[in-house]
Design a protein around this ligand. Structure first.
Ligand SMILES: [Zn+2]
Length: 210
């Protein structure tokens, strides 16, 4: 009986301890391993038996509707949401880690939502493109980078010269800021090899973002 009481007290003390949340951002160009790094962190959290929830925006129909998938075919189950507000409403009681893929396709409200979750004591990990194909910062990622406790910048390798690549070079002519799921439409380029418009158009891709 004494033992039970003691355990109860311990638990009580544990819950009184302030839980600190934080924001991690994994940002980089296409083919830099962002989703792979996100999935790696989520898998480690699950091994530690933490309650993990993963979200992706509806725009990303690449490969799988209920998983986030890296170019190297690593995958993790996920929920698809249309807005940042919907994401917030779907975070369940007891969730300790929230993963978000393709952060650049969310609305500006994602910044507030991520802040809110971290304030509640959750660990929030957001992966996304930091620049569009013209080299411009891709909202809302720049805001997330500004408020994150931890930032990981991932790099690819320039297909032209082998240097570290920080840009997503669009290589076909297509309307819209992004060509979703059309990995063939892009290649990783370094600063010197990058040209901020479609380079050497070879085909016309119609599955642009809608
Ligand atoms: Zn290069």
């Amino acid at each position: 009986m004494d033992e039970l009481t003691a355990q109860g007290n311990d638990e009580h003390i544990f819950h009184l301890r302030p839980q600190t949340g934080w924001i991690e951002v994994i940002a980089g160009s296409m083919f830099s391993g962002k989703s792979e790094e996100l999935i790696r962190r989520l898998k480690r959290a699950k091994i530690a038996r933490q309650k993990v929830q993963v979200f992706k925006p509806k725009i990303d129909n690449r490969y799988s509707h209920d998983h986030i998938v890296s170019h190297s075919e690593m995958r993790h189950e996920s929920s698809t949401v249309e807005t940042a507000a919907e994401l917030l409403s779907k975070v369940e009681r007891g969730t300790e880690v929230v993963g978000i893929d393709e952060g650049q396709f969310f609305d500006a409200e994602l910044v507030n939502v991520v802040n809110e979750l971290a304030q509640r004591g959750l660990r929030v990990i957001v992966a996304g493109l930091d620049q569009d194909y013209t080299g411009k910062p891709f909202e809302p990622m720049p805001h997330l980078l500004a408020i994150a406790e931890y930032i990981t910048k991932t790099h690819a390798i320039c297909v032209r010269c082998g240097q570290t690549a920080n840009y997503s070079q669009r290589i076909v002519e297509v309307e819209g800021r992004v060509v979703v799921g059309a990995a063939d439409a892009y290649e990783a380029r370094c600063r010197r090899c990058f040209v901020p418009h479609a380079d050497a158009p070879t085909s016309h891709i119609t599955e642009a973002a809608d």
